[in-house]
Design a protein around this ligand. Structure first.
Ligand SMILES: Cc1ncc(COP(=O)(O)O)c(C=O)c1O
Length: 382
């Protein structure tokens, strides 16, 4: 059997919607995008939703809206996708790396507070794998020091923190619709915020800073005239992607249940195996289950993480590692960030592996993964 790490779950509804968008004669941002934004606001409860062409673009616009400038410091977890870091460097601001908690892989609020200086202007918590960070503690720190919270919710649709949907908690939240994410449009992203002024500015910035989008210029209702208030970017989504997004959103809860069922099936076996430390999602916390990470109990095994990945590959099972802590990349050489400063990240990185989890994964596929994981572990126990 061959089990991919991810298989996209797009059905006839998405195909029909994309095809209608193509046949409509209007491909770029237009009515379908505005409908997608309205539906996203209804789903999350956010007052403003702004669709863009990636979560990276969303995060960049969020920093612009929050007024982050050269020299300002922005706190992020060291264990995240590199996009969370790179968007800070775009403006000459300074990313400050925090450790994560080894039990749940989420940014450590105690370490956040230690890293705050006079120059700190924002925190970007990352809802790793789809579990919400400790937003209560993070919002308290942000209010105390008067700094913005921009949530990287690339993995976190749908996710709750104490009953409140992610997308309505921090000052701005950024979602990803990349091909492997819990909701996909191929490439795409969404920004949510309760700040109407910031929302209007981000809408302009996503399209070159122009005061009217193309739809408003070329449609019957529009006129050719427009103004440019400041330099922006080419970050708008297309109507083809939005048409897919509208259909995906209708299935979001169903896809979440399918992911959760796979996770619980894995947990039931792996949790009591003694060979694996399973990911401990907090009681009552919603989880998007974008990832299913486990940590090898190296004391009980003769095999290391990399060898384990190779063994699974031989049996047709694709896996991944989330993440290589970013201070290990060559771009960080000479930065002063070294492995000993991040015990949480190092514990996870030395023994973490992400197993396949996607809504279309069949019972047989899940069983195949469980059987083979257990077989490899049994054969390699100390
Ligand atoms: C945590 C995190 N943040 C940001 C991104 C960037 O998302 P996008 O590919 O939509 O730009 C990703 C993508 O994988 C991610 O995992």
């Amino acid at each position: 059997m061959k089990i991919p790490f991810h298989r996209t779950d797009l059905g006839n509804e998405e195909i029909a919607a994309a095809s209608e968008a193509i046949q409509s004669g209007w491909l770029t941002m237009g009515d379908r995008t505005f409908e997608f934004e309205r539906e996203f606001s209804k789903y999350t409860g956010a007052s403003n939703s702004i669709a863009v062409n990636s979560c990276t673009a969303a995060l960049h616009l969020a920093l612009r809206a929050a007024g982050i400038q050269a020299g300002d410091e922005v706190i992020i977890p060291a264990m995240t996708f590199i996009a969370t870091w790179e968007i800070i460097t775009y403006s000459g601001a300074v990313p400050v790396l925090c450790d994560v908690l080894k039990e749940n892989f989420l940014i450590d609020p105690l370490d956040i507070e230690k890293k705050i200086t006079q120059k700190t202007k924002a925190i970007i918590p990352v809802h790793y794998g789809g579990e919400s960070c400790d937003m209560g503690a993070i919002m308290d720190i942000a209010r105390k020091y008067k700094i913005s919270v921009i949530e990287d919710a690339a993995h976190a649709l749908p996710t709750f923190y104490k009953g409140q949907m992610v997308g309505t908690i921090g000052d701005i939240t950024c979602f990803s619709f990349y091909a492997t994410k819990t909701l996909t449009t191929g490439e795409g992203g969404m920004i949510t915020t309760e700040n109407h002024e910031w929302a209007e500015r981000m809408k302009r910035l996503r399209l070159h800073g122009i005061t009217k989008d193309a739809w408003n210029r070329y449609s019957d209702k529009g006129s050719w005239e427009y103004d440019v208030s400041e330099a922006g970017y080419k970050y708008n989504i297309t109507d083809i992607a939005s048409a897919i997004g509208i259909e995906q959103l209708k299935k979001s809860d169903k896809m979440n249940i399918a992911r959760r069922e796979i996770a619980f099936k894995y947990n039931a076996v792996f949790g009591k195996s003694g060979f694996l430390d399973i990911w401990k999602v907090r009681d009552g916390a919603g989880c998007a289950w974008h990832l299913y990470p486990v940590k090898l109990n190296l004391d009980a095994l003769k095999i290391n993480r990399n060898k384990f990945i190779d063994e699974l590959k031989k049996r047709g099972i694709s896996t991944s590692v989330h993440y290589i802590p970013m201070y290990r990349f060559s771009v960080f050489k000479g930065s002063g960030y070294t492995e000993n400063l991040f015990p949480g990240c190092e514990d996870i990185y030395s023994r973490e592996i992400s197993l396949p989890i996607f809504p279309g994964m069949t019972g047989k596929e899940t069983d195949y993964v469980i059987e083979n994981v257990m077989d490899i572990l049994e054969k390699n126990k100390r």
